[in-house]
Write a protein that binds this ligand. Structure first.
Ligand SMILES: [Zn+2]
Length: 408
């Protein structure tokens, strides 16, 4: 009989503690601090409910502040390599699926039998400004505008990105527009601004929200632009429908999708949930309904906290990182819009994030002289910052499909 030698195990005992979800401030060991971390930058990250491993071995690289006198290691470098206090795949999924955003609520207007669109555009714009200004005053809410470096910092440590090499897909400018109103008047004017700078963009259309101007859509396609889908009728109810009703709406859009070879989607007013994403995968290849830091969706704050595209089930998610007109909603003058975004653009370039712009050709947003001038200035600054690198979102999504490392 063969005798099997007994080998002692040197694996340290693991202690786990069950706790609730929290948003914790981060502190990083100087060894892993990133060059883009300034003293005033906010660094927070949501931690999931459930078992947290007490990291008692090795050198702590990232600490979480769970309270005024409670600081716990979240990432440690030990004999077995990097360890995280929560299983990394679960932790990342908890954030990218926005499950931490538990304060999101269904707005009243999505329950009303009468569409909110009976309210004139101008009054809706005033109400949106009021909502965003109230949110801007909630200083302790998470995530705060315009960005928080916590998740990018954490992820870069976990991924071991201690070099400055840019990951794939390479960061670039990616322009998108949502046509919310039947007025296509400013579409070509804005498209000409982009063309003059050698850029093209994706225009998201609402096939059953208004009388679509097919001549303008055809012109966009003929000139190298992309057409995307911006919901069915922009009543903000997509995520509250049963799956069968949701599919009926998307099925009705198939003619439009086929006419313009649509492969991308953005949900009206940023409403999104896991069911919408799962169903969408049967209709399009990519989605840009998620903001990296969301304080605009009427349902409440959230965001995927990263400027890097990732796989969301069978879809590619391209987070929108520069909702161009958002500063207007908190009272910023059009002439100061680019100045508002400049610190974020600097940060996006340093974290190798994608500059995914969203704008609207509506007269209340970018469809007017001062905002078109500001948009041109933004594009010029982005071209300088990104070394002229840009692509349509469909091409960015294709690169993510081809790159197995994305989303890690
Ligand atoms: Zn919209």
């Amino acid at each position: 009989m063969t005798q099997v030698a007994w080998k002692p195990s040197f694996k340290p005992a693991r202690t786990t503690v069950v706790e609730g979800p929290a948003i914790v401030g981060l502190e990083l060991d100087p060894q892993v601090r990133r060059p883009w971390m300034t003293d005033g930058m906010t660094l927070h990250v949501p931690v999931p409910p459930g078992e947290r491993t007490e990291l008692t071995q090795g050198r702590a690289l990232v600490w979480g502040r769970f309270g005024p006198d409670r600081r716990l290691p979240l990432v440690a470098d030990g004999d077995a390599g990097l360890e995280t206090a929560y299983p990394w795949a679960d932790w990342r999924s908890y954030i990218l699926s926005e499950r931490y955003a538990t304060t999101r609520r269904r707005p009243l207007h999505t329950r009303s039998p009468i569409s909110y669109k009976v309210v004139p555009d101008r009054i809706r714009y005033v109400l949106a400004r009021r909502m965003c200004r109230a949110r801007a005053k909630q200083a302790t809410a998470f995530p705060a505008a315009p960005f928080d470096g916590g998740f990018e910092a954490l992820r870069s440590v976990v991924r071991g990105e201690l070099t400055s090499d840019a990951p794939d897909p390479a960061p670039r400018i990616c322009l998108t527009h949502d046509i919310d109103v039947p007025n296509f008047q400013f579409v070509k004017q804005i498209a000409h601004v982009e063309s003059a700078l050698g850029l093209r963009s994706c225009w998201n259309v609402v096939p059953f929200g208004y009388r679509v101007n097919y001549r303008v859509c055809d012109w966009l396609i003929e000139n190298g632009f992309e057409i995307g889908l911006h919901g069915y009728c922009h009543d903000n109810r997509l995520i509250y429908l049963s799956e069968s009703r949701l599919r009926r709406r998307l099925d009705a859009c198939r003619g439009f999708v086929e006419r313009y070879a649509v492969c991308g989607f953005r949900s009206p007013s940023w409403f999104r949930n896991a069911r919408l994403m799962r169903v969408l995968a049967d209709y399009v290849k990519y989605d840009c309904s998620c903001l990296d830091f969301d304080w605009l969706c009427p349902a409440g704050r959230g965001g995927v906290l990263t400027a890097t595209p990732f796989r969301f089930g069978r879809l590619i998610e391209i987070p929108t990182t520069l909702p161009f007109e958002a500063p207007l909603l908190v009272g910023t003058d059009p002439a100061d819009t680019v100045a508002y975004w400049r610190p974020k653009i600097d940060w996006l370039v340093q974290v190798h994030g994608q500059a995914v712009i969203n704008a609207h050709p509506d007269p209340h947003y970018s469809g007017n002289g001062p905002m078109i001038a500001a948009y041109r200035q933004l594009l010029e600054e982005l071209l300088a910052a990104y070394g002229d690198r840009w692509s349509l979102p469909r091409d960015l999504a294709e690169e993510v499909v081809a790159n197995a490392r994305c989303g890690l």
